[in-house]
Structures are given as C-alpha cells and as structure tokens.
Design a protein around this ligand. Structure first.
Ligand code: 0X9
Ligand code: ZN
Length: 326
C-alpha cells in the first residue's frame, strides 16, 4: 500500500497515480509531457475543480537523488484531493494544478538501483588502517542518463534550460561535472519535454514551483547573476517571506529566503528561472527542502510527512500572500 512513511520507486508512484485517477475521475486527469532518454513516460497529474482557474505548475525530482521532492509532490496531490482543512480545500478549488512528481525518470530509477549496500561496500586499506566504504554511487545520482562523452553520463537538467544557458560560470562545460549544462540548451529530452508542455499552458500559470533538496531555502530569480534583480523582486520576496513564516510556524523549521545567485550560488539554465523569463508565471520559486546537511539527500523517511505538511502550509501562505499583491 502507498504511504508517506517510506520512499517509493517510479513504478509504485505511477501505480499510485493511476489509482488516484480512478478514484477522482472528476477532478483529476493524466498528462504525459514526453519520454525520457531511456524511453520512459514522464507523467503528470492535473487537478481541476472548475474551469478557468489560474494554473500552478509543480516540477519535482528533476534531480534524481532528491527523493523527498517526489514524496512531497505526491503528498501535495493527496492533500489537494482529500484534505479537511478549508485552506487546503480553497487552494485546491481555486487553482488548476499541474504536478509532475518525477521529471528525471531515468535518473530516479537509476538512483533506486542501489541493492544491498553491504554487498557493494569496498574495503580500503592503508598500512594497518582498514575501512569499509559503502558505494552510494547510484543512490547519489543527480543528472540525466544520456551519455555525452565516452567516460561520463548525463547532464544536469537544472543547468540545461534555455535561460542564460552556461552564462557566468553558472554551469560546467565538462561532461563529467555534476553541473554539466549539456552540449546545447534543451539537449536533454526531459527538459525539452517540460519546456514544450509548460509553453502550452504558460498563459494561465501564475506560479511555478521547482521542488529540490536540500538546505531549507525558498529561492527566486535570478540564478545566473546577482548583479541584476528581477522587476518584481519585492513581490517575490514578500510572498516567499510569508511562506517561510508559515513553514516555521508548524514545526520550527527555518527556511532562508532570497535569490538563487545572491543566497545560494550562481546557477544558470535552471527550470524556475527559465519559466520566469518565459512569461506566464510572475512568481517562480525553487524550494530546497529539509534538511540543512545532517542527512542531506538521504533524509529519513520519517521526515517525509512533516516536510510535506510544512511545505503545504508554506504553499497555502504563498497563495494567500500572492492574492494580496497590488
Ligand atoms: O543547484 C541546483 O540546481 C539547485 N540546488 S540542488 O542542491 N537541489 O542541486 C538550486 C537551483 C536553483 N537554481 C535556479 N533556479 N536557477
Ligand atoms: Zn536539486
């Protein structure tokens, strides 16, 4: 049975999506943005209670190892359809939600192929010192799975969007780097599919959310430079501050708010920056979920529900705050 007390693989997540579609045929519909390099469908779920709602787009697990993001995205779907909380019911009914729980399907599947860790341990010996090191290779995969050199596989999908692609050192041109931008913008079928789908709905979208981990940040444009601020910097900041307050209110989790380049590091070619520049959403955020490095990408499953609950409160606050903007 599907739950939020454990992390699930792609088959389980897609099976659960089918179950949701069957259970809520009125409010939900399936969409497929395209296929991954290895030929897997990249599936999304639309939730719509009434026609002509403004849209919210949620992109999740574009980085393979960030499992908490798809766990939170599925929790969000579940909450939008079943919550008794009137705040959640309101955001469910008054927006059309386009949620893609796993964008980087190939990388995600690969990150789940980390069989028995004891079997994969390597022993490193130096004189009298001997240590066993578990191989986390697959579990810690970040990029896509398309080969770009004879030695290394994958590009960083969050450096591959056609938005200041490769600008200002915000991505690497080395295929073996974890932040390799790819040979050209949208070289990865996954980011191209996302972009094409997003363009088809962007006129209706008011908010773009990219789910990542970890570090507890709410980030907004720009990523490619900190010498230039987006036009609606004040609005972006106000809305993110309100979300961070709501998050902290629930369990005391502290999120830091700011621009990508100013708060985290320079990163060009990211999905949320691309969407922001593309028009449509005037509000575009990257969430970096729990924690602050203690467990990092290996966030224990017992934190899925608290992480998702506080995120939901953050999103509710975000939409309330956005409504009050001039
Ligand atoms: O570096 C990234 O892609 C993100 N951090 S992560 O640890 N999840 O890899 C930050 C992305 C923010 N960048 C833009 N929106 N441009
Ligand atoms: Zn990420």
């Amino acid at each position: 049975d599907f739950s939020w007390t454990a992390y699930h693989n792609l088959d389980r997540i897609y099976g659960w999506l089918d179950h949701i579609l069957e259970t809520y045929p009125q409010e939900t519909s399936a969409f497929v943005i395209g296929k991954s390099f290895e030929g897997r469908e990249i599936r999304g779920l639309k939730i719509s209670y009434k026609p002509n709602n403004p849209g919210i787009f949620v992109e999740s697990n574009i980085h393979a190892r960030e499992w908490i993001t798809s766990a939170t995205a599925t929790y969000l779907i579940k909450a939008l359809l079943t919550s008794n909380d009137t705040n959640v019911q309101n955001i469910a009914r008054n927006f059309d939600w386009y949620i893609i729980p796993v964008v980087n399907v190939d990388g995600f599947v690969y990150s789940h192929q980390h069989v028995c860790l004891e079997l994969l341990e390597v022993t490193i010996q130096f004189q009298e010192y001997k240590i066993n090191v578990p191989i986390f290779q697959n579990r810690m995969w970040r990029k896509t799975r398309q080969p770009h050199s004879s030695l290394c596989i994958g590009a960083d999908p969050n450096r591959n969007f056609d938005s200041y692609w490769m600008a200002n050192g915000g991505a690497s041109s080395q295929p073996c780097s974890e932040t390799y931008g790819g040979p050209k913008p949208f070289s990865e079928p996954e980011t191209l599919a996302l972009a094409n789908f997003y363009r088809s709905i962007s006129r209706k979208v008011t908010l773009y959310l990219a789910f990542h981990s970890y570090g507890q940040y709410i980030l907004f444009p720009y990523g490619h430079t900190n010498k230039e601020a987006p036009k609606n910097l004040r609005d972006l900041t106000t809305v993110a501050d309100d979300a961070a307050k709501a998050i902290r209110n629930l369990y005391g989790t502290r999120y830091t708010v700011g621009t990508v380049a100013g708060t985290l590091y320079i990163a060009s070619g990211g999905g949320s920056d691309w969407a922001y520049n593309e028009g449509g959403a005037r509000l575009a955020y990257t969430f970096e979920f729990r924690d602050k490095g203690n467990t990092g990408f290996l966030l224990p499953a017992r934190q899925i529900i608290p992480n998702a609950e506080e995120t939901l409160d953050g999103i509710v606050a975000m939409l309330k705050s956005a409504k009050n903007l001039a």
